[in-house]
Design a protein around this ligand. Structure first.
Ligand code: NAD
Ligand code: UDP
Length: 311
């Protein structure tokens, strides 16, 4: 099998490259390094079944030979990154999705779109089921990401319905783990980096907003099941174990052994107040549920960041 992964040099993408190589696939990784370098895939380069193409997927792409699977993961993903790159974010969600769907149609590939819990916006339904249409501010600062992903879902369903492409949509909830960038601005690397450097932990707002954190190995297992499932509607993948950001910061302090204080900062615009996946569909369709407890996943991730901070 030959599998093309856009955004394959990113955090989740690099774990997917690794997983499909381990499953015996030939992997073609496409990335333009807009939010990172090649560090995450350095260890894969010596594998004869791995190849890398540096390309902005918002522009047309030609691939020689067969492509059995396409996973479209290219997109700035951290709020800090997509606020820094608003137009490339809109383009990769729209034009990048169109280009990869066109390729899937031409090559008769299986297709999987990386969507997000952000399609639910600041949700008025809790926990979030796939049937919920969301509460998104289209002209707010986060709209560049949320609306690009909503457009990407609409385009994916249109290619499925009009052209019969074998598409899949995963709505990913906050995922963390090894190979996140220490400076990507998301809460896990921010707070862990601060704790390991002995700096104050920055909690935005009063920290009462909630998130539900999924360890990357669990996510990757769910994605590989979804790619081969006979199911085309969106599927939430995430860990339903919900925590307030203030309690999460306290957990990180305890785990790191740091005696940093917590420093409250203004809440960013349109920051969702709650977020927790309803994973009934993933359980039924994929027989999937997360296996790694937050404490264990955080311990592993902390070791990864400890090495980076000390490097
Ligand atoms: P990441 O920033 O680590 O990786 C994204 C990668 O995409 C980067 O390597 C970047 O250079 C590449 N990229 C961006 N635009 C590109 C373009 N136009 N052409 C080619 N490459 C491009 O982010 P991540 O956390 O690994 O997220 C991967 C995907 O999963 C994204 O689509 C994101 O929206 C989705 N997602 C992630 C999470 C999460 O919690 N990690 C949650 C929801 C959705
Ligand atoms: N957050 C925080 N301190 C930080 C970074 C983020 O309190 O240093 C909060 C942020 O306001 C949000 C939550 O943590 O409520 C998760 O933020 P993240 O950027 O990881 O992603 P989001 O879930 O908002 O997409």
């Amino acid at each position: 099998m030959r599998t093309l992964i856009t955004g394959g040099a990113g955090f989740v993408g690099s774990h997917l490259c690794e997983r499909f190589l381990a499953d015996g696939h030939e992997v073609v990784c496409v990335d333009n390094f807009i939010t990172g370098g090649g560090g995450n895939i350095e260890h894969l380069r010596s594998n004869a079944r791995f190849s890398f193409i540096r390309h902005d997927i918002s522009h047309h792409i030609e691939i020689d030979g067969p492509v059995d699977n396409i996973l479209h993961f290219a997109s700035p993903a951290s709020p800090v990154d997509y606020l820094r790159h608003p137009i490339p974010t809109l383009k990769v969600g729209s034009l990048g999705t169109h280009n990869t769907l066109g390729l899937a149609k031409a090559k008769k590939s299986r297709y999987l779109l990386a969507s997000t819990s952000e399609v639910y916006g600041d949700p008025e339904v809790h926990p979030q089921r796939e049937e919920y249409w969301g509460n998104v501010n289209p002209i707010g600062v986060r709209g560049v990401y949320d609306e690009a992903k909503r457009f990407a879902e609409a385009m994916t369903m249109a290619y499925h319905r009009s052209h019969g492409v074998n598409t899949h949509i995963v709505r990913i909830f906050n995922t963390y783990g090894e190979r996140m960038r220490l400076d990507d601005g998301r809460v896990v690397p921010n707070l862990m980096g601060q704790a390991l450097r002995g700096e104050p932990l920055t909690v935005y707002g009063d920290g009462s907003q909630t998130r539900s954190f999924c360890y990357v190995a669990d996510l990757v297992e769910g994605i590989s099941r979804l790619l081969f499932a006979d199911f085309h509607d969106p599927v939430n993948l995430g860990n339903p174990n919900e925590v307030s950001i203030l309690d999460f910061a306290k957990e990180i302090l305890e785990l790191s052994g740091a005696n940093s204080r917590i420093e409250f900062r203004p809440l960013p615009q349109d920051d969702p107040k709650v977020r927790r996946p309803d994973i009934t569909r993933a359980k039924q369709v994929l027989g999937w549920e997360p296996k790694i407890e937050r404490r264990e996943g955080m311990r592993r991730t902390m070791e990864h960041f400890r090495n980076k901070v000390n490097a």
